[in-house]
Design a protein around this ligand. Structure first.
Ligand SMILES: Nc1ncnc2c1ncn2[C@@H]1O[C@H](COP(=O)(O)OP(=O)(O)OP(=O)(O)O)[C@@H](O)[C@H]1O
Ligand SMILES: [Mg+2]
Length: 222
């Protein structure tokens, strides 16, 4: 499902070159739940963003669900993201002026889905994270764990193949964090491919496989 071949990411900072990903190759199969761990600044988010088409490699190839996205232009990339990827971020990234239901409907704005269908799908998505009774709440009227569940519902509403979660529990207490992990694990059994960045060894143990990154290179696979 995810095949990353010899990917490099280099940032030019003035005259200096900062090698953030250094010849990374990863293969993740359909239905796998993979955790990415490693020190701060090691390149975890950069790798996630490249998998999800939010960033492009300096060199190397990225095949996602059979598509070679490495050379996609902006338009191709946003279509790819909308069709195949569901993102969950540490900081939730919800639209503060919209209700939970409207936030979940948002990714469907760009796919030509009717308002009625968008609403139905968002309601269904909210029920999957057990938030049917909070659709009218704005993000500030929700707990941290509930906000993250809304963002998971938003990630799922487009029916993606892959869920990318970058420290999804980073801003949550341990009880809400466990709840999010249980939800992600539940999705694995439904066939989603899940890639999650975490600093927490207990959370990494939910995954089928743990990939450790150090200084932009894959150090170890467990
Ligand atoms: N746009 C950019 N320009 C220059 N350097 C960048 C840019 N984005 C990230 N970096 C650098 O790339 C390195 C990897 O960043 P990345 O965000 O992938 O780390 P990370 O492993 O996710 O860290 P953390 O655990 O703190 O989230 C860091 O040293 C960072 O300073
Ligand atoms: Mg990061």
């Amino acid at each position: 499902m995810i095949d990353i071949k010899n990917v490099f990411k280099v940032y030019k900072m003035g005259t200096e070159k900062l090698k953030v990903l250094d010849d990374v190759s990863v293969n993740i199969k359909k239905g796998e739940f993979v955790a990415i761990v490693g020190p701060s600044g090691s390149g975890k988010s950069t790798l996630m963003n490249i998998i999800g088409g939010l960033d492009t490699p300096t060199k190397g190839e990225v095949f996602i669900d059979g598509e070679n996205i490495s050379k996609y232009n902006d338009k191709q990339m946003s279509r790819f993201r909308n069709n195949k990827i569901g993102f969950v971020f540490q900081s939730f990234n919800l639209e503060p002026t919209l209700t939970a239901l409207e936030n979940v409907m948002l990714p469907l704005m760009f796919s030509g889905t009717s308002e009625k269908e968008r609403k139905e799908r968002a309601i269904n998505s909210l029920s999957l994270v057990e938030l049917s009774d909070r659709g009218k709440h704005k993000p500030t009227e929700l707990s941290g764990g509930q906000r993250q569940r809304v963002s998971i519902a938003r990630a799922l509403v487009t029916n993606p193949k892959i869920i990318l979660a970058d420290e999804p529990t980073g801003n949550l207490d341990s009880k809400s964090g466990k709840n999010i992990m249980d939800i992600l694990q539940g999705f694995k059994s439904q066939g989603y491919t899940i890639v999650m960045v975490t600093h927490n060894p207990e959370e990494a143990s939910y995954a089928d496989r743990v990939i450790e990154i150090q200084d932009g290179a894959i150090e170890e696979e467990v």
